[in-house]
Design a binder for this molecule. Sequence first.
Ligand code: LLP
Length: 425
Amino acid sequence: MTPDSYGDFHYRGKKLFCGDVCIEDIAHQFGTPVYIYSAGHFRDQYSAFTKAFKKIPHRIFYAVKSNANLSVIREFHQLGAGMDVNSEGEMLRAMKAGVKGNEMILTGVGKSAAEIRAGLEQGVTMIKAESKDELALIDRIAGEMGLTAPVAIRVNPDVNPRTHPYISTGLSENKFGISKPLALNIYKNYQEFPNIRFTGIDMHIGSQITATAPFKEAVDKLAEVYFEVKRGGLHLEHFDIGGGIGIRYEDETPFTPDGLASVISPTLKELDCDIFFEPGRYLTGNGGILVVKVLYIKEAEDKHFIVTDGAMNDLLRPSIYDAYHHVQPLTLRDQPEVVTDVVGPVCESGDFFTRKRALQTPEHNELLAVMSAGAYGMVMSSNYNARRRVPEVMVDGNKFRLIRSRETYDHLLYDEADLLNGNSI
Ligand code: LLP
């Protein structure tokens, strides 16, 4: 196990810090497990992104699904980001964080009628349509509301993003988007949907993409559609590239926004419209960690386990994608390493953070950091095994504050309170 730094998380002497705050101090105050985020990292990533594309007229819509904490949304909103919301719930959270309807885009492969209606009521900048069926519904609802709906077609460019199959979305076999020929046909016959104004074209080919080539290929394919639509007399106002930029979890060397800009800008500059981006993980992933405590150390002849108080319900990624998350101690103790599985208390063998990983020989009650947990961490957590969702803390420079408290057992019983009060169970 090599001590490592991720974003703002680094060792100062023997202690893991975020900015100027010793992580141990946070864990002692709020207990474990606990998610800890770095506002500084969020800002740095956002500014690297905007700088890379400063010569291109663009807007960034932060993908709320990666981390939907109100304070995180607010942080990006204050930096100037709009929001990519994938459900009515995400829209509500964004609004509670101060985001206006016209600063949002509404995405998702299966939006309900209620969600489409809510998006139109709030006046979102654009609704993405992922099927002809959905276009018909959007058209009908907009007509009922006496509105014209701003819509972009999500085109599936049939490009292999070379990422985990569960988070690849740009292949024709994936459920997402509309094929190029069908999209062209819809744009050509736009009068079929009198209550829709086709404002844009969109793609999102996958997540945790670490090479620029798939982006280049997909952007070029989408540009072909854009120009053909233009030749047909329809001017599109925005060209949405989606999200998907990968980060370092282990030893990946992902491209930077500058690297992406140099590859796709030549095509983007030929377009006569705004470019939209929907980054999530790039902005938040390495801006967060999950801190857990060692409960038990189990040594068998050929196996070594560290059982922590954190589990798969708190951070699901290792269990469902076999995703690598670096685990490192909050205090370096110059101990020899041991090859171990770091696991949680949930009743499943799939409940692990790492398997067969070399780690400093643990001590009881020692605190460990599971790195790169700022994206798709807390948002994918659950109450499995009736465990309470953990608190979230934001570090900013030399200060930190609680941005979501630990759930109480009342939270777990809330929706059954009526039954409990009536003693009818
Ligand atoms: N836009 C759309 C339409 C998306 O579906 C997504 C992510 C994004 C933007 C943001 O992608 P990002 O920049 O974060 O890669 N739970 C998985 C990731 C699922 C991604 C879903 N869509 C994970 O933990 O890896």
